[in-house]
Write a new protein. Structure first.
Length: 355
């Protein structure tokens, strides 16, 4: 019962905090209102110097405690970080202080990882990337889905050499034949990143990938080729430990929850390019198609690279003929073969006149 009560309280807290964020399209966090809002910049400036806790008061060079107390723009509560540093500066000498129960809740990793704290972890994975992407001036993204197994042209020889049986050799040759998609993904990222669409101080069509190898690497690599930032949304996997080397470090994120990762793929997406891939690519693509089909998301360019691949692995026309989707649903996506063709679709959709 106690665990159920904790979940209920935390759910109420999360429900109270999230609407303000979601109401603005998750583009900005709620800010203070009234006098505090008007003084916010002054407050930040006033606290730029290091603050040390001393006997329960702020120690500011050149100011007395009385002057600090009467300063209008200064916050009257210590920040959580300051309080935590103050607590940790004291030696834990009593049994009470040494017990985990005495730890500050937000500094207690064991507590935060408990089953009952899942709603809080959901909120953290929602807010952290949203806040950092907003601070980085990311207005929208070009999301690129695709296989983690297709080699780059440079890796083709290694893949071929690793195939030790006729069956594996046949699979290796089929993967090597798809190396051209690595090059097209890289080229599309170069084109979009070089165009540098900026509105109201926000950058648009910033490349966003799953942060892993193969097609994902090609996307980030293409942006890096032209000196542009790109985003990587990694997921914790036992067989994949690090993001690819081309993701911009301060835009490299790691997720525990697939659902929150997929949400961040689409929150800022203004176009999606799907290259040949497996279950992960299908999961991401079909969720996107469902969101647009059901009206939960407004239409965006959805570009499927490789007509031969998609016509072989998914019979979209048969779905319409069987009546399980509408014929109009076939217009939700376009089959393309080259990066230039894909970019033409995107610019035409938004009426952009970019090189």
């Amino acid at each position: 019962m106690r665990g159920m009560a904790v979940v209920a309280v935390l759910t109420v807290i999360a429900a109270a905090a999230l609407p303000a964020v979601l109401a603005s399209g998750l583009s900005k966090l709620p800010v203070r209102t009234g006098l505090e809002a008007s003084l916010r910049l002054q407050n930040v400036k006033a606290q730029a110097s290091p603050i040390a806790l001393r006997g329960g008061a702020c120690d500011m060079p050149g100011m007395t405690e009385e002057e600090i107390a009467h300063e209008l723009s200064r916050r009257k509560f210590y920040k959580a970080e300051q309080e935590a540093e103050f607590v940790e500066s004291h030696e834990c000498i009593t049994p009470q202080q040494q017990d985990p129960a005495y730890r500050l809740a937000f500094r207690d990793t064991d507590f935060l990882l408990r089953e009952e704290l899942r709603p809080v972890r959901f909120q953290l994975e929602l807010l952290k990337p949203e806040m950092l992407l907003d601070e980085a001036g990311i207005g929208s993204t070009l999301v690129m889905y695709g296989s983690a197994r297709i080699p780059s042209p440079e890796e083709a020889g290694t893949v071929r050499a690793a195939a030790t049986t006729p069956e594996k050799q046949a699979v290796a040759e089929r993967l090597i034949a798809k190396a051209r998609y690595y090059e097209e993904a890289r080229k599309l990222a170069q084109i979009a990143s070089r165009s540098a669409v900026v509105e109201d101080g926000k950058r648009h069509f910033v490349i966003c990938s799953g942060g892993g190898p193969s097609i994902m690497e090609a996307a980030n690599r293409g942006a890096a080729d032209v000196g542009a930032d790109s985003i990587g949304l990694n997921i914790t996997l036992r067989h994949e430990h690090t993001p690819n080397a081309y993701v911009t470090p301060h835009l490299s994120f790691q997720f525990h929850y697939f659902a929150l990762r997929k949400m961040h793929f689409l929150l800022r997406a203004r176009a999606v390019a799907a290259f040949p891939g497996g279950f992960g690519t299908f999961d991401e693509l079909f969720e996107l198609l469902t969101l647009v089909q059901t009206g939960k998301m407004q239409p965006i360019p959805i570009l499927l690279f490789g007509g031969d691949f998609w016509s072989r692995v998914v019979n979209f026309e048969a779905l319409a003929e069987e009546g399980v989707i509408s014929p109009a649903d076939l217009d939700l996506f376009h089959i393309v073969e080259t990066a230039e063709e894909a970019w033409d679709h995107i610019t035409a959709f938004y009426g952009l006149d970019v090189a």
